[in-house]
Design a protein around this ligand. Sequence first.
Ligand code: AKB
Length: 318
Amino acid sequence: MMNMSRKILVIGSAGQIGSELVPALRKKYGGENVIATGRRTPLPDAIKKSGPVIYLDALDKNSIAKIIFEYEIDTIFHMASILSATGEKIPQTAWDINLNGLINVLEVARSYKIDRVIWPSSIAAFGPTTPRENTPNITVLQPTTMYGITKVAGELLAEYYYNKYNLDIRSVRLPGIISSETLPGGGTTDYAVEIFYEAIKNKQYTCFLKEDTVLPMLYMPDCNKCMIDLLEADNSKLKRRVYNLTGISFSAGEIAAEIKKHIPEFKIEYKPDFRQAIADSWPKTIDDSFAREEWGWNPEYDLESMTQDMIDILSKRL
Ligand code: AKB
């Protein structure tokens, strides 16, 4: 049964996912019941106008506790994170924000008896020693990026807090997210969003990954669906805290070809940079059968329908 009376705190509401997750949650649970927070990046107007907005630094445990107390929060989405490419430039900061932020949330959540915490892991938890095709849920986790290291440690913390303190924390290893509202920042899969903006504005894109680089991706409407389905999943059906998850796997060349069907003049060139090595250490395709079996995960978009939707939305806006 869906709990419609949640009081939800979203940490990291200005990010690529947060900026679309907050409106989706407000639509479902009511504007006043979803508290959007940010730290530095301004929040979109739509979020400012549709419900409460507060400053929050996840590194400050007391201010998390204050919001939980004042707003009687029972559910937390902890979305604030430094992504893979930025993480390689500032690894110590990535560790600090990603892991100290998470443990603060977990500590406050357990002491305030929070009903549920959702925290995304990533395909970055995998590394070069992981099988790259149809990567299983239970497999080798030896990432070579600081971002990936924080995700593996975070996954272990999630299991630890669940087993030791009975804190109901749930996680998915998100692939690259493709979205039209907010540009991603500092990730390796960002090319799959930038390519649409550049194709529409300039009819040309220089890709920082090689043409045949295949990565798993997910379109934002499916990502929102995933977050809400995971939140509402019946705990008795969940046999683990962390799930593999995927939408569509394609290469840089394949998405470029799909865009060309809509914008025939579109030209792409490939100039791989340091992010190529990160992409090469991640899976190409993911086995998400546990998510499908245990909480009914079933994405809607394929490469064709996602491309069509992105081009429709961005052509109107740009
Ligand atoms: C990144 O590219 O760093 C992220 C991710 C796959 O977690 N989008």
